[in-house]
Design a binder for this molecule. Structure first.
Ligand code: PLP
Length: 310
């Protein structure tokens, strides 16, 4: 069973914009749950690890992009709980010179130190990763394994993300979360009060999320805010880097560039635009992902953009 290292807490954000607009904003610091299995990835792995142990598996296999928070978290969880881990990674070019790849990619480098074994596949093969043929081939290569889906979302993951909201959070009017696959927000919706409004901020521009979320929840007190993906998954610009650095300096709140930075930018922008009624109490869930900052800095440096402060 995964062990919580630090109990999440709600950080109050003190800011003149918020005072002027009469908005009360808190951030639920789920990022502090565990040093390496951070935020929502901890929640999503929790019941999966218990299931894998109960089914006497010794290997976890999962999928992800080269900078994936889920890959880093699964590698660390495997190490801590005695599983061998296999990461099926998108991008066969990355496997051609592994030492160069690891030198330029802090996420994969970390996963390797946790003992993860990589299997690099082409983008085309990666798209077929949920098909039976592909899984069969993986079994032939790697033997018996417990399969954790891409991003970690399945029914057990949602059971874990249902534990993000606590009874004392029920008096927030709005709860906000970043979205990748939708598993995290589904759990938040499930455990919310029906008079609360849950707002999801997708980190990608594709339009399959409503369906993914509906698969795991019956409730309808939620909606998506699609205006803050910054051009798509993993895309970033100077405005976002400056914003994340400013929030860190002013509020001692570290944000990641893929998910929570975009969500927080969106929340502040919506507050400026008077989206929330005066007197609203808002809870933004910090889903973690801070390990991704270093990898992003590699890319920012190549583009000549300012770097994220670590
Ligand atoms: C993976 C991730 C998400 C997306 O979670 P989903 O359950 O896939 O929607 C959000 N925030 C962070 C920091 C993540 O690492």
């Amino acid at each position: 069973m995964l062990k919580i290292q630090q109990t999440p807490y709600n950080q109050h954000i003190n800011d003149c914009l918020l005072k002027k607009k009469e908005i009360d904003l808190y951030v639920k610091r789920e990022d502090v749950l565990h040093q390496h299995i951070s935020g929502n990835k901890f929640r999503k792995l929790y019941y999966n690890i218990i299931a894998a142990q109960a089914q006497q598996h010794d290997t976890l296999l999962t999928f992800g992009g080269a900078f994936s928070n889920h890959i880093a978290a699964t590698a660390a969880a495997g190490k801590e709980y005695g599983f061998k881990t296999i990461g099926v990674i998108r991008g066969d070019e990355l496997g051609k010179n592994l030492s160069k790849t690891l030198a330029e990619n802090p996420t994969l480098q970390f996963a390797a130190t946790q003992g993860m074994e990589f299997y690099f596949v082409s983008r085309k093969a990666y798209r077929e990763k949920t098909q039976a043929d592909f899984i069969d081939k993986l079994s032939q290569s790697f033997g018996r394994f417990y399969l954790v889906p891409e991003g970690g979302t399945n029914a057990l993951a949602v059971r874990g993300t249902e534990e993000i909201l606590r009874p004392e959070d029920m008096d927030f009017d709005y709860v906000c979360s970043a979205i990748g696959t939708g598993g995290t927000i589904a759990g938040i919706i499930n455990s919310s009060a029906t008079n609360q409004k849950i707002l999801g901020f997708p980190a990608l521009k594709e339009d399959f999320l409503n369906h993914n979320i509906q698969q795991y929840t019956q409730k309808d007190n939620w909606s998506l805010v699609r205006d803050y993906h910054f051009g798509g998954f993993g895309k970033i610009d100077k405005k976002l880097v400056d914003f994340i650095n400013m929030v860190k300096t002013l509020h001692h709140l570290p944000l990641d560039p893929i998910y929570t930075g975009k969500m927080f930018y969106g929340i502040i922008d919506l507050i400026k635009k008077d989206y929330f009624p005066k007197g609203s109490k808002i809870l933004a869930v910090h889903t973690g992902g801070l390990q991704g900052r270093e990898g992003m800095n590699w890319r920012l440096q190549k583009k000549g953009l300012p770097l994220l402060k670590l």
